[in-house]
Design a binder for this molecule. Sequence first.
Ligand code: GRF
Length: 230
Amino acid sequence: MSGAARRESPLRVGVLASGNGSNLQAILDASASGGIDARVVVVISDKPEAFALARARRAGVPAVVIEKKNFASREKFDVRLVEILREHEVELVCLAGFMRILTPVVINAFPQRMLNIHPSLLPAFPGLDVQRKALEHGVRFSGCTVHVVDEGCDTGPIVIQAVVPLAPDDTPASLAARILDQEHRMYPAAIQLFAEGRIEIEGRRVSVRDAGIIETALVNPPPDDRSGKN
Ligand code: GRF
């Protein structure tokens, strides 16, 4: 944790997850170890079989299932979602592999208080199956992005990114695994920035108070010793 003033009480985080929940686990672990000044107060899934729910229960966090088949429309589903988040007094909503596009019902209920994590360097490769797309495109670097959720798909203001170089023998699975390692660092880091009140959003741009800067360029493939010499 940085030297910023501690909150009086931990930031109350609600996590929405449809699948494995490894990002949820990273957030739970960071919270349990005191690495972030935030606490997961509810986990909500649209899939009863999501392993994320078991992770929540194991950590003693309320795990709630809300299935689309029980709602006549997306909006009605989202109204219930907002009710559950409010019942748990959630201050920050984190989408972690939540496979539904949210309507303005949720987005307007948590303006600039909703994050998503995506396994590419946005705005490159929004959507699904993005590790395969990065490989097929031949990019030298991919990575992950934590961004504020807006009404688009993976379009909101960028909070933090980590760069992952591609290896010549990468498969979508091997690349996804290396990106996921970074996701597990980046999501808690982004939550901590929120908990410390260091984030300011203006239009598309997010400024982070007291953030350092990186001056070194990354090059992939790395130049050998002889390049640039006569
Ligand atoms: C992650 O790759 C995340 O970036 C994407 O969905 C995946 C969720 O993985 N949005 P997990 O359920 O957190 O393991």
